[in-house]
Ligand binder design. Sequence first.
Ligand SMILES: COc1ccc(S(=O)(=O)N2Cc3cc(C#N)ccc3N(Cc3cncn3C)C[C@H]2Cc2ccccc2)cc1
Ligand SMILES: [Zn+2]
Length: 312
Amino acid sequence: MGELAGEKHAAYILKVEKKKDNLEAVIMEHLRINGAYWGLTTLDILGKLEAVDQETVISWIMSCQHSSGGFGGNEGHDPHLLYTLSAIQILALFNKIETLDIDKVSSYIASLQNEDGSFSGDIWGEIDTRFSYVAICSLALIKRLDKINVENAVKYIVSCKNLDGGFGCTPGAESHAGQIFCCIGALAITGSLHYVDKDLLGWWLCERQTKSGGLNGRPEKLPDVCYSWWVLSSLIIIDRVHWIDKEKLVKFILDCQDTENGGISDRPDDAVDVFHTYFGVAGLSLLEYPGLKAIDPAYALPVDVINRIFLH
Ligand SMILES: COc1ccc(S(=O)(=O)N2Cc3cc(C#N)ccc3N(Cc3cncn3C)C[C@H]2Cc2ccccc2)cc1
Ligand SMILES: [Zn+2]
C-alpha cells in the first residue's frame, strides 16, 4: 500500500517524454500527441508542469496541425478528432489556447458531424460515441459549441443508451465503461444529464468494483487502473460516487505503482506505462488524494485550468 511516490512518477514521465527511440516510443508514435497529453496532465496534477519547456512542447504540437485545421498524432500524420482534443487540452494546460486559429479548428470538428447528430473520427467516417465526446469537449474548451447541432448530438448519444442504463459506441452496442464516460461527459458538458437514469447507471457502475478494490470495464472482467477514470469520473458526474468503497480503490491504485522506477501499471506487478500512470494519478485526484491538484471529471483537465477558461 504505502503512499503515492509522486516524485518518482514525475521523473518517469519526464524520462519517457525525452526518449524517442525505444520500442514503446515507436509503438506509440502514431498517438504521440495523446501520450503528451497524458504525461503533461499527470505532471500538472503532481504540481510539476514547470519542469517542462513549454515553448518546445507548443511548437511541436502546432507542427502536428494539418491544413484542414485538425491535428494528427504526430508530425505529418493525418488529422483525427482524438488528436485534435489532445492538442487543445495541452494548449489549455499552458494557457495558450489563443495560439490556435479557433475558426479553422472548430470548422474541422464541425465538418465531422453527421446528419443523425453523430460524429465521425476523421474523413474515413468511423462513427463512435467516443467521437461525440471528443468533439463536444474540444468545442466547449474553445467556446465554439455553437458551430454544431448540439440538440442532434445529444439526441444521438441518448439513442445509444441501453436497458442497463449504460451506453455503447453505437445504438444497440453493449454497455462499456469507456463509452459510458464519453456519453456522460458529453451530456454533462451540454447540460443534458436529465436524460440519464442516475440510479440505474449508478448501480451498473458501482458493480464494476471487484473484491480487490479495483474497477473493471464490464461484468466478469479483471480490474484495471484506467477504469479508475472511466467508471469513477462517470460516478462523480452523476453524483453516485458514495456507492463505491473509495479507500479500497485508493489502495488498488497505490498497489499498481512501481515505487522503484516510477510509473503505474494496469494492475499490480504488470509493466508500467504513461497511459496508466496518468489514469492512476487522475483517479487519485478524483478520490481527493492529499497533495494532488483537483481534476475536472468531465473535461479531464485540472480544475484551475477549467476555471481559467470559463470563469476568467
Ligand atoms: C500495450 O498495448 C496497447 C494497446 C492499445 C493501445 S492504444 O490503442 O493506443 N490505446 C491507448 C493505450 C496506451 C497505452 C500506453 N502507454 C497502454 C494501453 C492503451 N490501451 C490499451 C489498454 C488500456 N487498458 C487496457 N488496455 C488493453 C488503450 C488504447 C485505446 C485508447 C486510446 C486513447 C484513449 C483511451 C483508450 C496502446 C498499447
Ligand atoms: Zn487499462
